[in-house]
Design a protein around this ligand. Structure first.
Ligand SMILES: [Zn+2]
Length: 91
């Protein structure tokens, strides 16, 4: 085998490995397993209640207007409140 062909084979193999590896990494970053979400647990009642504290204090949240027992702020109507009906398709 000539040195030149050795070089070509080395180049082809290494470039293939590089591209293959790059594609793998890119596809991994472009398609995350789940959509980007807030890290907080939004299933807690301070987030999922109909009326929530603007500060999302722990233990706050109610199904009717009121005042947060933790910070004393008025509850806000939760715009992302999900009614327990299957027709709420928007996020
Ligand atoms: Zn609060």
């Amino acid at each position: 085998m000539k040195p030149l062909s050795n070089l070509i084979v080395f180049f082809v193999v290494s470039s293939f490995l590089f591209v293959h590896c790059k594609q793998k990494m890119e596809s991994k970053t472009e398609t995350p397993e789940r959509p980007v979400m807030v890290k907080v647990d939004t299933t807690n009642m301070e987030y999922s209640s109909m009326y929530i504290c603007p500060m999302h204090c722990k233990g706050s949240g109610s199904d009717k207007p009121g005042v947060c027992p933790v910070c004393g702020m008025d509850y806000e109507l939760n715009e992302s409140y999900q009614h327990p009906t299957p027709d709420s398709t928007r996020n």
